[in-house]
Each structure stands twice: as structure tokens, then as C-alpha cells.
Write a protein that binds this ligand. Structure first.
Ligand code: 6PG
Length: 256
């Protein structure tokens, strides 16, 4: 009988900037724990607009010097099927805001090749993740996630049950809204992580945040509800706007 996943931890910050600071602090803390325990920190970055400020903060000397980047492995929880120099590329977002500013070995940057055929790249990246996490004690230490107003996370879109239920670790996914192919971690891989950290700010997401956390469980319609690390924790870092529709009191921010 497998243990039920622990309930999500929710932290609400008074502003977007403080939410980004809190997320960056959790990243640094997760890195410290992983490096202390196993000498490697494996993190999956997210895309979209939300994480940019978090990446910029992590690139500042104040925080960058607190991470031994030589022992960090960076991958992506999802990517748009676009070239790496596209303005839509999740790789480009992270490269410009963070990776080009820290001493991370190039061989530790595991870019999803958005320019390649989706099926082929999903298979390649699946095999890459299995190699990356094959070592004794290896684990996916932290997965950053966003939330769409339709309840998607990574590129797990509403109704895409074959992707949600896939036994694979990585799958191609089609975004109807953007008429765009994507490559995404599946819930099977995300839920093997030590920590899944949702970064969600903005009042426009308040209704969906409340549905995910407090509404009926309809995970195939609200894929963010699929995320519940079996041997880890889901953490939501929200600004006041994104938390506005929550009924329950959230935990005070860590360290407050
Ligand atoms: C992507 C992301 C996606 C994103 C949400 C929120 O590739 O677009 O992985 O899941 O996190 O759509 O996007 P925003 O941060 O732009 O609101």
C-alpha cells in the first residue's frame, strides 16, 4: 500500500517580488539539501513568463554564490517545439535570465531540442532523464511548475489523458490554445521528484488556484491536480493576487 502523497504546502507573499524571492530562496535551500545529501542537485526548470524574475534573482551574486553550480544538473519540465533562439523558447528564457550568468558546466545543461520532431525528441529526452537519474541515490530534487488559467501545468493540458496516464517519463503534447507541439514531463516523472514547486502570481489565476487546491478533484480536466509527489512535497508559492480566492489560510512564508 503506497503512502498517500502529503498535502500541498501553500505560501502566500504580499507581492510578486516577494513571491519570486521566496521561490528563489526555496531553490537555494533545495540545492543545499541535495548537495549536502548526495553531492548533486538536479532541477527541472519551467517556462512561460512567471519564472523569469526567479531566474534573475538566482543570477544575482547574493544568491548565485550560495549554489555550487559545478554540481548542478539543469533540465526542463517542458519546452515548446521551437528553435532555441525563439522568443518562445523556455531554454532561451532560462539561458538569458540565469544560466549564462552562473558557472554551470555546459554539459550540465540538458536542453530539450525543440527544433526536432516531437515524437523523436520526447523519446530522446525520456532516455536522457533515465540516464540522468540512474545513479544510486539520484533523484529529481526540484521541479519548477507554472499554472495556466485553464489548469494546465508543464505541458499537461486539459483532456490529454493519454499524456496524463503515460508510463513514459517524457511525452509530446499538443497545445490547442497555441496550436503548438510541446515536449513535457509526464506526471509519472514529476511525481517522482522530491519537491514540485508551483510559481503562480497574478489575480487572473486566483480562480484556477482555488479550483486546483480546494475544488473537486477532476485531474484530467485540471492537470495541475495530477501533481502530488509520492515521496516528496508539492509547494505553492503565490502572491496575494493569485491566492485571493482561497478559503483556507495558507502557511506563513518560510522563515517568517
Ligand atoms: C510553458 C510552461 C507553462 C507555464 C504556464 C504559465 O511552457 O508555457 O511550462 O506550463 O508555466 O502556462 O505560464 P505564465 O507563467 O506565462 O503565466
Amino acid at each position: 500500500m503506497t503512502a498517500a502523497p502529503s498535502p500541498a504546502r501553500v505560501e502566500v507573499l504580499p507581492s510578486t517580488e516577494l513571491a519570486a524571492e521566496a521561490a528563489a530562496a526555496r531553490f537555494v535551500a533545495a540545492a543545499a539539501r541535495a548537495l549536502q545529501a548526495r553531492g548533486t542537485f538536479t532541477v527541472a526548470l519551467s517556462g512561460g513568463h512567471t519564472p523569469q524574475r526567479v531566474y534573475q534573482l538566482l543570477a544575482t551574486p547574493r544568491l548565485a554564490t550560495r549554489v555550487d553550480w559545478s554540481r548542478v544538473q539543469v533540465c526542463w519540465g517542458d519546452e515548446r517545439c521551437v528553435p532555441p533562439d525563439s522568443a518562445e523558447s523556455n531554454f532561451r528564457l532560462a539561458q538569458e535570465a540565469l544560466l549564462s550568468h552562473v558557472p554551470l558546466p555546459a554539459s550540465h545543461v540538458h536542453r530539450i531540442r525543440g527544433e526536432d520532431a516531437p515524437e523523436q525528441e520526447a523519446r530522446r529526452y525520456d532516455a536522457l532523464m533515465r540516464r540522468l537519474l540512474a545513479g544510486p541515490g539520484s533523484r529529481l530534487d526540484l521541479v519548477l511548475l507554472g499554472l495556466g488559467t485553464d489548469g494546465h501545468t508543464a505541458s499537461l493540458f486539459p483532456g490529454a489523458t493519454s499524456v496524463h496516464d503515460s508510463a513514459e517519463w517524457v511525452a509530446p503534447a499538443f497545445s490547442e490554445r497555441n496550436a503548438q507541439w510541446r515536449i513535457t514531463f509526464t506526471p509519472r516523472l514529476i511525481n517522482a521528484a522530491a519537491e514540485a514547486m508551483f510559481l503562480v502570481w497574478g489575480a487572473e489565476k486566483a480562480g484556477m488556484v482555488a479550483r486546483v487546491l480546494e475544488g473537486p478533484r477532476t485531474p484530467h480536466d485540471i492537470p495541475a491536480q495530477l501533481i502530488a509527489p509520492m515521496h516528496g512535497e508539492a509547494v505553492w508559492i503565490l502572491d496575494r493576487g493569485a491566492a485571493a480566492a482561497l478559503r483556507a489560510r495558507a502557511a506563513p512564508p518560510a522563515g517568517s
